[in-house]
Design a protein around this ligand. Structure first.
Ligand code: ADP
Ligand code: GLC
Length: 477
């Protein structure tokens, strides 16, 4: 079976968050199941793409409205990537440095999807499944079923993975002529609440739809930024498949970004080394329990609650250290930065994105805080388990599916509300646990043994692909 993953992120080429980690890891595990996994992403203007060896495969043209764009398909030839990787180059559209945040993002998402289909249609390449990730590539199932230009591809199965339903890519019907001409009997498939909504269209038209954890799928049926009714109606083809982690890359025994590698048998000295390093660099006391946080500073992650929670927690207990790594809303960044002076010695923050530092935080922290309001899956908690760092999570989405409270014979600390009080209560429980060194070490060793590798979930995706009976997917409206 030949799979093509269509995505705007893929680690290590272009990463904003967990989507990159998933698309950079799942194909490797799919290859072990004798499926041929391919990935196609934009040809970014970044150092990885510039430096890596690649071969030009094809040149073609697409149009968005009445404007033509030339595109070029390249195949990666760098040995650093363990699966077939293709890039789409479009001058001034896809050759940007960053992944998102441009005024012409809509043009970038549309041109990417159209160029990918145009290349496949005009060449000897074929795939059994188009695996689309998030709204950026969610119009593919509509295009192949209802656009004359791509109708030859209609027998290809489609899977839409929803990594985050908050972002749906809506745009006005006034821009409908940016789309290739389609059978107007089906224009209703493009609409959701008066706008063209790529994520909703993907849910309606894909052969199968999945979220990145089972609990998130259930939650979306109740609350999904306007998509709940649709997910209930289309529920017959929807499923939740828990993300895995690349356990070869995220492995403290071999991780090249660590100062000293460690495993279960020397976890105490291994983590101590990284904790000392982190605390020295950021002026924190290594004798206190160290609470880490890594992530986007946005409401979904409850980052707006962190400044108040830090003040409260440190005011109540002077014997804790907290370190945050992240970037996001300017006001949250500023609030956190302002706390550095007031709580010097107990708290520090690094505003920005830093992959190497993130590995030091996973390895050096005693606890990792994830108080998310919404967490479709979350990878941080699984990385932290692997590095012997106890997760403190709000029971939501994938966090609920991967972390069991120590009070329930589990290994983490869980709370239910997205509130300052709940975060502080959990921090307090963690401090008490930290003082019981025998139990604390026992949990550290236990969590490092938990297997969250992609092996099982890669099999679940294969089962999902093989459950598709083409051409029965046509939507009846
Ligand atoms: P999301 O995709 O919603 O941001 P995930 O938990 O799925 O959340 O994945 C986040 C990924 O991004 C992890 O690999 C995490 O280590 C990484 N990450 C997030 N923020 C930063 C940062 N500021 N610096 C380095 N890595 C980060
Ligand atoms: C999204 C979600 C996150 C998930 C990631 C990878 O960014 O916010 O919870 O882990 O996608 O699927």
């Amino acid at each position: 079976m030949k799979i093509l993953h269509l995505s705007f992120e893929c680690y290590p080429i272009a990463k904003v968050g967990g989507l990159a980690d998933v698309v950079g890891a799942l194909p490797k595990y799919q290859a072990k199941l004798k499926t041929e996994s391919n990935v196609i992403i934009p040809f970014y203007d970044n150092s990885f793409v510039r430096k890596s060896k690649k071969k030009e495969l094809y040149q073609g043209k697409i149009n968005l409205g009445n404007q033509f764009y030339e595109y070029t398909i390249y195949k990666n030839e760098s040995k650093k990537i363990a699966f077939n990787l293709f890039y789409i180059y479009i001058e001034n559209l896809l050759d940007k440095e960053n992944v998102y945040g441009y005024e012409d993002d809509l043009y970038r998402f549309l041109s990417f999807q159209l160029a990918a289909l145009d290349w496949i249609k005009n060449n000897e390449v074929s795939f059994d499944v188009f695996h689309c990730h998030d709204h950026h590539t969610a119009l593919i199932p509509f295009f192949i079923n209802y656009c004359e230009d791509f109708i030859d591809l209609k027998d290809t199965s489609t899977v839409l993975t929803i990594h985050n339903a908050q972002y749906q890519g809506q745009f006005s019907h006034d821009l409908v002529n940016l789309l290739p001409s389609f059978d107007t009997n089906y224009s209703g498939l493009l609409d959701w609440y008066g706008q063209i909504n790529p994520l909703a269209t993907g849910i309606k038209c894909a052969s199968k739809v999945n979220t990145v954890s089972p609990s998130y799928m259930e939650e979306l049926k109740e609350k999904a930024n306007g998509l709940e009714g649709l997910l209930r109606t289309e529920g017959y083809k929807c499923v939740g498949i828990l993300n895995g982690i690349d356990d070869l890359f995220w492995n403290p025994e071999t991780d090249k970004m660590l100062v000293k590698n460690y495993k279960q048998t020397n976890v105490v000295s291994g983590k101590r080394k990284h904790k000392n390093e982190l605390c020295k660099k950021y002026g924190l006391n290594p004798e206190y329990p160290l609470f880490g946080f890594i992530g986007r500073l946005v409401g979904e992650k409850s980052a707006d609650l962190l400044p108040e929670a830090i003040k409260e927690a440190i005011s109540k207990d002077k014997e804790i250290s907290i370190f945050l790594l992240g970037s996001g809303h300017k006001n949250i960044e500023d609030e956190l930065t302002n706390l550095k002076e007031e709580f010097k010695g107990n708290f520090n923050v690094h505003i920005g994105y830093d992959e190497t530092l993130s590995h030091l935080v996973y390895a050096g922290s005693d606890f990792l805080i994830m108080p998310s309001r919404v967490e479709p899956c979350g990878l941080n908690q699984m990385y932290s388990l692997r590095y012997g760092t106890i997760p403190i999570v709000r029971r939501t989405g994938g966090l609920k599916d991967t972390v069991i409270d120590i009070g329930d014979d589990g290994f983490g600390i869980c709370h239910d509300q997205a509130s300052v009080w709940d975060i502080c209560y959990s921090i307090n429980r963690a401090s008490i646990l930290y003082k019981d060194k025998t139990f604390f070490r026992k949990i550290q060793k236990k969590i490092m043994k938990i297997d969250h590798s992609w092996a099982k979930s890669a099999q679940d995706y294969l089962t999902l692909y093989t459950s598709i009976n083409k051409p029965s997917q046509i939507y009846n409206d």
